[in-house]
Write a protein that binds this ligand. Structure first.
Ligand code: SF4
Length: 328
């Protein structure tokens, strides 16, 4: 097991005890508790919409076993260099017109290079000028990069813990768990909001899922945004033959996440194309209150916008806190 800073261990253990009790609750009692807590902190009819664009695709030196963008695996993915500023602005405007509140930009890097980093800073400034919230995911950061992102106006940085520290070793060998915690610490020092969650259904045990939530809940400040992804197995990656998680177990994980981090926005992220509308509705009931909008999440499929709007409409939910419910 990779080493986690010792000062955090007591808190992680006490969170783990509570999480075990929650996972053992009857399913409906757990969802009821999660929904009650959700209503104490959020408008239960509002689902936040974010949009995610891959600004540099493929050829990543990291070996994340789930990822088609890793240079270690042979997938059908077409590599693409860093996008031009104008092209990014066009995509951001499109996302805004379609209802996105936040525009997230992801680059398949171990860390941003000296050459490309200034270009990303320009993209952040341009997104902010449109009136959108800006989020990026660029890999590992040093302190000066984190400060520069803050100065450019960045609102959120996405950097997931992915899974438990022990299962992590089966998923990634090129970047340590501690590296991830260190980057999260730098973001907090720069006062950038954190988007940090994980991927479940990668073949991990329930114990690993409990530990992932305990790790997230034990960060010095809860992430403002917690994406919970369901693995999309991609041909050519080591996880291509992984069986999907049982739907109730997925919903249970959303509910426990909501209870353990009551004020965080919980995003139902990758994997929604394989979920029924009923399952997504149950996830909203269990405390998920954000989704990605658009037919692609970096490089993996996502439901079409119209499908999502139709679902929100059927459920009597809305995509902006100040708007009326979606019209059917
Ligand atoms: S998940 Fe990110 S860091 Fe890992 S291989 Fe994919 S692009 Fe690279």
């Amino acid at each position: 097991m990779q080493e986690v800073k010792r000062s955090d261990m007591n808190e992680i253990s006490s969170h783990l005890e509570k999480i075990k009790e929650l996972y053992n609750m009857p399913f409906l009692d757990l969802v009821f508790q999660a929904h009650t807590i959700h209503r104490q902190h959020f408008n239960p009819h509002y689902i936040e919409l974010a949009s995610l664009l891959s600004i540099k695709t493929g050829g990543c030196p990291e070996d994340c076993a789930y990822c088609p963008q890793s240079a270690h695996f042979k997938t059908n993915l077409k590599k693409e260099a860093l996008m031009d500023l104008e092209a990014v602005i066009t995509e951001a405007k499109r996302a805004q017109e379609r209802g996105a509140k936040r525009f997230c930009m992801g680059a398949a890097w171990r860390n941003p290079s000296t050459k490309d980093f200034p270009k990303v800073l320009e993209m952040i400034k341009a997104v902010k000028l449109l009136g959108l919230e800006a989020c990026v995911t660029l890999g590992r950061l040093d302190a000066s990069q984190s400060e520069a992102l803050k100065e450019a106006g960045l609102d959120y940085y996405n950097h997931n813990l992915d899974t438990s520290p022990s299962y992590y070793q089966k998923i990634i060998s090129t970047r340590s768990y501690q590296d991830r915690l260190d980057t999260l610490e730098k973001l907090r020092e720069s006062q950038i909001k954190v988007c940090c969650g994980g991927i479940i259904g990668m073949g991990e045990s329930q114990e690993d899922r409990k530990m992932l939530i305990a790790q997230l809940a034990s960060l010095p400040t809860h992430p403002e945004s917690v994406p919970i992804n369901h693995l999309i197995p991609i041909a050519g990656t080591p996880l291509e033959k992984t069986s999907p998680l049982e739907p109730f177990e997925f919903i249970r994980t959303i509910a426990v996440t909501r209870i353990m981090m009551p004020k965080s926005v919980v995003r139902l992220s990758a994997g929604r194309t394989n979920m029924s509308e009923e399952m997504q509705a149950f996830c909203f009931m269990a405390g998920a209150n954000s989704i990605f909008l658009g037919d692609k999440l970096l490089t993996t499929p996502n439901p079409e916008r119209d499908q999502d709007m139709e679902l929100l409409c059927k459920l009597g939910m809305k995509s902006h806190p100040n708007l009326a419910l979606e019209k059917c």
